[in-house]
Design a protein around this ligand. Structure first.
Ligand code: PGA
Length: 250
C-alpha cells in the first residue's frame, strides 16, 4: 500500500559533473524499477537546476534545507520558494546535521516545515535520538517529541514523509538493527494514528536513515513500518544507490 521511497542525500558533496552523472544513474535505476519504488535525490542547492533538468518525471529532486522566511537579509541562505522555483519537488528538514552542527531548534524546524508546505514543497522531516539519549532509554520520547514539535502547525500529513535517523547511525557504519528501527517506526505510526487518524497512519511513509547500504537495505525494508530509506554516503556511489533502489523494489 505504501510504495517505498528511496532518497539520496548528497550533503555537501559532488561537483557539477558528479551531480550530473549521479542524476543520470538515478534516473536509470528509477526507470528500471518504475512502479515498484519512488526515487529521489537531494543535491547541493547549487546543482538543483542542473539535476532537475536531468531528472525527467520519474526522479524527484529535494533541497537539503530551506530558510523559514520567504526572502530577506539572510546572507547565504536559500528559501523554500526559491527551491520550488528551481524545480525542486520537496525539501529535507530537521536533518540531525542541521540540528546538531547548525543549532536548529524544534521551533525553527517547525517554522521551516510551514514555509516549505506553503511554497508547495513536499517535506522529508528527519527525527532521531543521539547515542546518549538511546542509552538513557529516551528514544521514543525524543523522537515523538521532535515529530510533535516540528509538526505543531501542520494539520495534514499529505505532503509529509518522516525519516527516522538515529544520530549514532549516521555516517558511522553502524546501522540500527531492523528490529530497533521497526520499534521506533511503529511508535511513530502509532503517534500519527492518534494525532492525524488511521488513514494518515496507513499512508504516511516513514523512511529509515543511517548507514543504509545495498547489503543491509533488504532486511531493513522488509520491516512492516519501514517504507524506504534516506541514504547518505551510499547515495554518492551510483552502483550502491542503484542496489538500494533494487532492494526496495523487490
Ligand atoms: P549515511 O547518512 O547514510 O551516510 O549514514 C544518512 C543521512 O544523513 O541521511
Amino acid at each position: 500500500m505504501r510504495k517505498p521511497l528511496i532518497v539520496g542525500n548528497w550533503k555537501m558533496n559532488t561537483l557539477r559533473a558528479d551531480a550530473e552523472q549521479l542524476t543520470g544513474a538515478a534516473v536509470m535505476a528509477a526507470t528500471h524499477h518504475e512502479g515498484g519504488v519512488d526515487v529521489g535525490i537531494a543535491p547541493p542547492a547549487l546543482w538543483l537546476s542542473a539535476c532537475v533538468g536531468g531528472a525527467g518525471h520519474l526522479l524527484s529532486v529535494f533541497g537539503q534545507n530551506a530558510h523559514q522566511a520567504e526572502s530577506g537579509a539572510f546572507t547565504g541562505e536559500v528559501s523554500a520558494p526559491m527551491l520550488a522555483d528551481a524545480g525542486a519537488d520537496g525539501v529535507i528538514l530537521g536533518h540531525s546535521e542541521r540540528r546538531h552542527v547548525f543549532g536548529e531548534t524544534d521551533a525553527v524546524i517547525a517554522d521551516k516545515v510551514v514555509a516549505a508546505l506553503e511554497a508547495g514543497l513536499r517535506v522529508i522531516l528527519c527525527v532521531g535520538e543521539t547515542l546518549e539519549q538511546r542509552d538513557a532509554q529516551q528514544t521514543t520520547e525524543i523522537v515523538l517529541g521532535q515529530a510533535a514539535a516540528a509538526l505543531g502547525h501542520v494539520s495534514s500529513l499529505e505532503h509529509l514523509v518522516i525519516a527516522y535517523e538515529p544520530v549514532w547511525a549516521i555516517g558511522t557504519g553502524r546501522t540500527a538493527t531492523p528490529e530497533q528501527a521497526q520499534e521506533v517506526h511503529a511508535s511513530l505510526r502509532h503517534w500519527i494514528d492518534q494525532r492525524y487518524g488511521a488513514a494518515a497512519a496507513a499512508t504516511t511513509r516513514i523512511q529509515y536513515g543511517g548507514s543504509v547500504k545495498p547489503t543491509n537495505a533488504s532486511e531493513l525494508l522488509a520491516m512492516p513500518d519501514i517504507d524506504g530509506a534516506l541514504v547518505g554516503g551510499a547515495s554518492l556511489d551510483a552502483t550502491s544507490f542503484s542496489g538500494i533502489i533494487e532492494a526496495a523494489a523487490r
